[in-house]
Write a protein that binds this ligand. Structure first.
Ligand code: HEC
Ligand code: HEC
Length: 336
């Protein structure tokens, strides 16, 4: 296992797209407009993988577990068919190896959990937070709690948080950021145009993404290879902020807020695998999880079509992974 074989997607993007003048002239020297840290916010200096490899004070056994976590994070497809049933890797959304500001850096989970999580209405551990991304973003089934795979992923998250204060709530660049409400209601047609002009090149006309040498280079945005209807990215506020601050790849901050909302609306109006919390009725599921789905188009009609009204679980041969059970600490039993 070589830890330096991951080509930067930007390098690949430029290589693959260099035949088109558009990509060739747009890739380098673009102003990167990301929000600055606010006064008083904690700015974390995430250690580099090189520093880990060079750290001779660390027990080699620990280093190799952290490196295993890093490898799983970068190439989560190695768990395909077992824990992952779509084309995603963790780094696909948590860019820059999970360390990049405004691309939902993952290390804050290691310093702010256990904590209450609105999405599942109970106190979550780091393992359970990671399990959430497996169930929804990876359309999969989490590795067992305490397994080598889970422990390695946790070790990678914790190591990245080295020296960060515990339970610091005000972290610069956490999540994807937040865009102001758009001046005009997000619109499908305008979104389709933004998509055509800025995204098709890499993500494909049908949002199907692109693979090279059997590996996904540009991830799909909808369809069976994409995140499912229960993933955070189906919320327009989440997708628009991700897109504004990270896409088009190599040109973050170049779309207007309105364009980011419109293209998020367009992408999140497309079909994808069923929300694993599905009750058998999409409108009922929307109502039951309205806290979450009030930000998504799931169970609403767009262009005359009721979104999410199907049984399709993509490649995944089941609907509900084990970690969707509610947890009640009052019972005093180990339920997970
Ligand atoms: C399709 C996109 C996507 C993929 C793929 C994905 N995640 Fe996430 N992840 C999210 C979103 C969205 C959030 C919530 C971000 C926010 O706060 O708005 C999140 C949040 C997290 C957090 C919490 C970060 C914090 O600030 O507390 C962790 C930890 C995490 N993901 C780990 C993972 C791991 C590990 C994988 C791979 C197994 C993964 N994610 C794959 C979209 C994704
Ligand atoms: C130059 C190629 C390129 C362009 C252009 C581009 N993307 Fe991406 N996009 C990527 C890559 C590569 C990733 C995964 C990041 C990684 O692996 O580091 C990604 C990830 C994403 C993701 C999260 C993962 C997923 O598959 O859901 C979304 C959403 C997304 N892009 C939307 C867009 C939108 C919207 C546009 C147009 C405004 C756009 N992208 C333009 C290359 C590109």
């Amino acid at each position: 296992m070589n830890h330096f074989t991951f080509l930067s997607p930007l390098t690949l993007a430029i290589a693959l797209a260099s035949s088109t003048a558009q990509a060739a002239e747009s890739a380098p020297q673009v102003p990167v407009n990301l929000p600055p840290a606010k006064p008083g916010q904690y700015v974390h200096d995430v250690p580099t993988i090189e520093s880990l490899i060079e750290n001779d004070k660390m027990k080699p056994q620990l280093r190799s577990v952290i490196l295993k976590g890093y490898d799983l994070f970068m190439n989560t497809q190695q768990l395909r068919g077992e824990n992952v049933f779509n084309d995603m890797n963790c780094r696909t959304c948590h860019m820059g190896e999970g360390r990049k500001s405004w691309a939902a850096p993952v290390w804050p989970a290691a310093t702010t959990l256990p904590n209450f999580r609105g999405k599942n209405q109970h106190v979550n551990s780091v393992e359970e937070r990671i399990a959430g991304c497996f169930a929804f973003s990876m359309n999969g089934k989490p590795p067992a709690y305490g397994s080598d795979t889970m422990l390695s992923l946790v070790a990678y998250h914790k190591w990245m948080a080295t020296k960060a204060p515990m339970y610091e709530g005000n972290i610069a660049g956490r999540g994807f950021g937040k865009l102001a409400k758009p001046a005009q209601k997000p619109d499908y047609q305008r979104g389709a145009q933004v998509f055509k002009d800025n995204c098709v090149l890499c993500h494909g006309e049908q949002g199907e993404g692109q693979a090279a040498r059997g590996e996904v280079v540009f991830p799909p945005l909808w369809g069976d290879g994409a995140y499912n209807w229960g993933a955070g990215m189906v919320r327009l506020k989440t997708a628009s902020a991700f897109i504004k601050h990270n896409m088009p790849l190599g040109k973050p901050g170049t779309l207007s807020d309105q364009q980011a909302w419109d293209v998020a609306y367009f992408i999140d109006s497309q079909e994808r695998p069923q929300d694993p919390r599905y009750t058998g009725d999409v409108k009922e599921t929307r109502e039951k999880y309205l806290n979450f789905h009030k930000h998504s188009l799931y169970g609403t009609v767009v262009n005359g079509k009721l979104l999410g009204d199907h049984q399709n679980t993509g490649e995944k041969p089941f609907l509900k992974p084990f970690n969707l059970k509610p947890r009640d600490f009052a019972q005093g039993s180990d339920q997970l």
